[in-house]
Design a protein around this ligand. Structure first.
Ligand code: PEP
Ligand code: MG
Length: 760
């Protein structure tokens, strides 16, 4: 049963469009269940009706011509109830709806199950049989399981199908919306350019060949180049290889032969696929075939086939690479956008970024925020290959992407862009003013940095210090751990730029979603694994080099160096890290360096640390709440998983309650507290955080002027009242609505841009 399920899902997954997917579903389900009929009805978004979309066993001529309203007929009833209906005598049911044209008179037994994706009923999957009998429990369970697995595939294919139709109808425009998560704020309107990593078969999209003859030629050339690579490698190694190893090279050459893989790929190109897509599909099929083999030797051949495929692909891409053109307002889209891809696009042409993988906290999103490029992450249903060259709107505020927008939507977003531009220009005059409340309270607004471009932007926007320097970011673009001197130069640059302002450097926070290519960490559950301080305490040599470089970088400057420890869960970790830092400091003094003793603080981002914050505060110089991780760990929501992104609520009352606990613990211990998660840069939340008593709010430089504008309009006393009120509320939505109303009533609504979908 499991094999059948898996193979149906795999087969459906492999086809590019909705019609083909539905045709496979009805054929394979009918076969697998031994029924006489299998049909699929899908909900039409506009009318809410269940359209008869595919069938095996009923009148196929009626496909696309019949529909049922919600609650109408048995199909409508399954959809309305969102649960299966299993009947031995369907015509006898009061809801039975008789369509004479469809030819279902002979069928008595009926089993319909809803197709549900993200709580939304997408359609109904039906099997029917002549015999008057109830489908048994295992049949029902099979169909329910299959439907649950196919829902995601159908949702994706539906989105893709929508785009297909747009293409065919040419001029007709209809907003096709794809939902992701906010990556970097702002709106961009531009042209999509599809990016994929070089020589990565998995990332090659399916695409129709523009010219089959050209694609065949390109493939032939790439194949020959790969063949000659292999031959010359064999000749070069001939003297040092055993005969059976030499035979392996011959086997590779044989595999590329016209009678083997080469022939299959050419055949697929002749059917209309572009060369890279045909190569990917044929290789994937063979890899899957080898991977299923019992014999371990044969199973390992899967890797050989893949390697051959990558080699041919590299040559194919080499031949076509120079053609890449970046229009004036380029929006790069891809399965996984990487920092390397950003480098391919001329900076002045890069308008927006859309990535199918990742979330607002991925490395690329952090980079995009630093560069001020509107970005949407986790847009999982994006039909990549069909968007190439199309006009897109990227809404980085709300994590939405629109393809082929209607004129009215485009105009709305053009207004948003202009509005933002004017708004930011207007905020420029706040640059040199302090963040002082109407009752004279001063709160420090600092910035989070990680890239060299951050420095200039931050100073431009009036940053009074650095609350978080993510040191792992420069580590990520290196190909080995940077030396102490390399790190010192890097840190010194930032410290000098911010001098005499305080600079908070976090020790290396790798693990979780932040990987170093030269120090891979493979884990089932990386966010609960070897991360942050856990790694650096296990590798004191890494920590010692880093803190020495930080301290040396601060020599002779007025800027105060603050060293901050990420991912602290236990007091013993604080004690150990303090021991290492103090040891390094003493050694540097012994070596003759004149360095002021750095302050050392702890990030509170694990619930355990929040509850022990009083004890921790007593041991260190300051506390800083990392609300990004604190939210993920308190709410048990992976911050990178777009599927649960709506459950990731940093304004959740439980999160705010823990944050207040931290502020009060720090105050009780007589130590300052700050917050450097994204929450601090949310103007509405910033009012509450100031009201709770934070000394420092550290945020992305983009948000700093907005936050300053809002905070300068409140008194500390009023902010404290609002914080108390918000903390008594039941949900994040309630708090959000409450603060929204407060800001709007004060004429500060522009700091929280209204959702254009609501305004529309
Ligand atoms: C946080 O967790 O809130 C934080 C600031 O650190 P990072 O986002 O780098 O994990
Ligand atoms: Mg963190």
């Amino acid at each position: 049963m499991l094999d059948t399920l898996r193979s149906i899902v795999q087969e459906v997954n492999a086809v590019p469009d909705l019609d083909a997917a539905l045709a496979i579903i009805v054929r394979r389900v009918r076969e697998a269940m031994g029924t006489q009929v299998c049909s699929v009805y899908l909900v039409d978004q506009a009318s809410g009706r269940y359209m008869f979309m595919a069938t095996e066993g009923l009148n196929e001529a009626m496909v696309g011509h019949l529909s049922l309203g919600p609650g109408e007929g048995l199909v409508g009833l399954v959809g309305q109830r969102a649960e299966p209906i299993n009947l031995n005598d369907a015509p006898g049911h009061p809801n039975y709806f008789h369509f004479p044209e469809i030819g279902e008179e002979p069928f008595n037994a009926f089993l319909g199950v809803p197709i549900i994706h993200h709580r939304r009923v997408l359609g109904v999957l039906v099997v029917q049989q002549q015999a008057t009998r109830r489908f048994d429990e295992s049949e029902e369970a099979f169909l329910v399981t299959l439907s649950a697995q196919l829902a995601g595939v159908i949702a994706h294919a539906e989105a893709t199908g929508g785009m297909d139709q747009l293409g065919q109808r040419g001029a007709e425009r209809q907003d096709a919306r794809f939902v992701g998560v906010a990556g970097a704020p702002g709106v961009a309107i531009g042209t999509a350019v599809l990016m994929f990593p070089p020589a990565n078969l998995d990332a090659v999209p399916d695409k129709e060949a523009e010219d089959v003859t050209v694609e065949l030629l390109l493939f032939e050339r790439a194949l020959n180049a790969a063949r000659s690579d292999i031959s010359s490698l064999r000749d070069k190694l001939a003297s040092s290889l055993a005969p059976q190893e030499q035979a392996l090279f011959d086997a590779y050459l044989h595999m590329l032969d016209d009678r083997a893989l080469g022939g299959e790929i050419s055949a697929l190109i002749r059917q209309g696929q572009w060369a890279q897509g045909a190569l990917k599909n044929v290789i994937a099929e063979h890899v899957a075939h080898f991977e299923l083999m019992e014999d371990s030797y044969l199973r390992e051949r899967a890797a050989d086939v893949k390697e051959l495929g990558q080699r041919v692909l590299a040559h194919l891409q080499e031949a076509v690479r120079p053609k890449k053109h970046f229009p004036e307002k380029t929006i790069i889209i891809g399965e996984e956008i990487t920092p390397g891809m950003l480098g391919e696009v001329p900076a002045e042409r890069l308008a927006g970024i859309v990535s199918m993988r990742g979330s607002g906290n991925s490395h690329i999103a952090i980079l995009a925020r630093a560069m001020g490029v509107p970005t949407v992450m986790g847009a999982v249903d994006l039909p990549l290959s069909q968007l190439q060259g199309r006009e897109l709107i990227v809404d980085g505020f709300y994590g939405q992407v629109y393809a082929n927008p209607t004129r009215s939507l485009r105009e709305q977003y053009e207004e948003v862009i202009e509005d933002e531009r004017q708004f930011f220009a207007g905020l420029g005059e706040l640059r040199d003013l302090p963040c002082e409340t109407t009752d004279g309270h001063r709160i420090a607004l600092w910035v989070n940095i990680g890239l060299s471009v951050d420095v200039e932007r931050s100073l431009d926007r009036g940053a009074e210090g650095v609350g978080l320097y993510r040191t792992e970011i420069p580590f990520m673009s290196a190909d080995r751990f940077p030396t102490e001197e390399e790190q010192r130069v890097m840190y010194r640059e930032s410290m000098v730029a911010f001098n005499p302002r305080p600079v908070t450097m976090r020790t290396l926070d790798i693990g979780g979603d932040k990987a170093l290519t030269y120090f891979p960490i493979q884990e089932e559950n990386p966010f609960l694994g070897w991360r942050g301080i856990r790694v650096t305490l296990d590798h004191p040599e890494i920590l010692l080099v880093q803190v020495r470089a930080m301290m040396k970088a601060s020599a002779g400057l007025k800027s105060h160096l603050r060293i901050m420890l990420p991912m602290i869960t236990n007091l013993s970790e604080v004690e150990e890290a303090l021991g290492l830092i103090h040891r390094s400091y003493d050694e540097l003094l012994d070596e003759g360096h004149e360095i002021r003793k750095p302050e050392v603080g702890v990030m509170i981002e694990v619930p355990a640390a929040a509850y022990q914050s009083r004890l921790i505060a007593e041991k260190v110089d300051f506390l800083a709440v990392g609300s990004n991780d604190l939210t993920q760990y308190m709410l048990a929501v992976d911050r990178n998983n777009p599927r649960v992104a709506d459950l990731y609520q940093d304004l959740h009352p439980a999160v705010l309650g823990a944050i207040r606990w931290v502020v009060e613990s720090a105050r009780a211990a007589g130590k300052p507290s700050g917050i450097c998660g994204e929450l601090a840069g949310n103007p509405a939340a910033a009012v509450l955080l100031m009201g709770m008593g934070f000394d420092v709010l550290s945020m992305n430089s983009t948000n700093l002027p907005k936050v300053k504008w809002v905070l300068r309009s409140f008194s500390l006393a009023r902010a404290a009242e609002l914080a108390t009120e918000a903390l008594g509320m039941a949900s994040s939505e309630e708090i959000q609505t409450f603060m929204h109303e407060v800001l709007v009533a004060k004429g500060l609504g522009r700091a929280i841009r209204p959702d254009p979908r609501v305004a529309a």
